[in-house]
Ligand binder design. Structure first.
Ligand SMILES: [Zn+2]
Length: 300
């Protein structure tokens, strides 16, 4: 199962309808919690995400709307005695903030919480069977990194060709593993299957990192704090507008664009969609609301 669970969608100041940021990406056996703001623990409850589901904590930067929820979430995974290791990625320059949040109050530590901070331009953070996790530096007043998951490319078996060669049952697995069986090669009975790609881009101006993270993504979750009319403010405070975020998605060939991290000044979410369409984005579009679930699009 691969899906995005949206826990919160507000930048800076939560509103009546929007919690601070918070996003869980379920990707096969892993659960990656991105940018937990205040109230994340309760939003997880409402969204049906358990502490046990989490395997990684990924923080783009240390502003409160992206990190104040760490204290509660970290204590909760310990209270629930999550049995597997949990790995935390965050900007190394903000280690003192992470330490304070991790040890904000007294509690009993039961979980193997591993810290793997990001520094420099970013780079490869983890390689698993299901994905490679990368980070890239963004452009914001405090050091900020976006994250990207890339599934390795594979091959899709073609049942009718397998049948034509009389290959069934366990022989299919053997052919897949060994590349050849009784003179039939893997190429003859399968086709390339591009791996899926996901990116999480928060709190940044337009910069090279944004485009590198978004390139060819099946799903891009990206901040659009402002509408296009406030482009000057977006530039000044290190944010994107709806039109800028959508233009990135167009250039990068994104299939499903998820806009989020909205300023509290706006009360009509439809305007973000209008501006994204006006920028030329024609793919699947979600203007995120709290507690929305967005499936990662089916493979090409
Ligand atoms: Zn923010």
């Amino acid at each position: 199962m691969r899906e995005l669970v949206v826990l919160g969608t507000a930048s800076q100041v939560p509103t009546r309808h929007r919690n601070h940021n918070g996003y869980v990406l379920r990707w096969d056996g892993e659960g990656l919690l991105f940018d937990p703001g205040e109230g994340t623990q309760r939003q997880m409850l409402r969204a049906g995400v358990a502490a046990h589901d989490l395997t990684r904590l990924c923080v783009t930067h240390f502003h409160g709307d992206h990190s104040l929820g760490l204290a509660g979430v970290i204590q909760r995974i310990n209270l629930d005695r999550v049995p597997h290791p949990v790995t935390a990625h965050y900007p190394a320059s903000g280690r003192r903030f992470f330490d304070r949040l991790r040890y904000a109050t007294a509690y009993r530590e039961t979980v193997d919480l591993r810290e793997e901070p990001v520094s420099g331009d970013g780079g490869t953070l983890a390689v698993t069977d299901a994905f490679t996790l990368l980070a890239r530096r963004l452009s914001h007043p405090v050091e900020s990194y976006g994250y990207r998951l890339v599934e390795p490319d594979g091959r899709r078996m073609l049942p009718e060709r397998l049948a034509a060669h009389g290959i069934t049952g366990p022989d299919v697995g053997r052919l897949r593993r060994e590349g050849e069986l009784r003179g039939v090669t893997l190429d003859q009975v399968s086709e390339p299957r591009p791996g899926q790609r996901f990116a999480f881009v928060m709190d940044t101006r337009l910069c090279d990192g944004v485009y590198e993270l978004a390139e060819g993504c099946d799903m891009l979750v990206i901040e659009s704090t402002f509408l296009d009319g406030e482009a000057d403010q977006a530039e000044e405070y290190g944010h994107l507008t709806a039109g800028q975020a959508a233009s990135v998605a167009v250039e990068a060939g994104v299939r499903h664009l998820v806009l989020t991290h909205f300023s509290q000044r706006y009360d009509d979410p439809a305007e973000f969609a209008r501006q994204a369409r006006a920028a030329g984005f024609a793919g699947e579009l979600t203007v995120a609301e709290d507690l929305t679930r967005v499936p990662v699009p089916r493979r090409r």
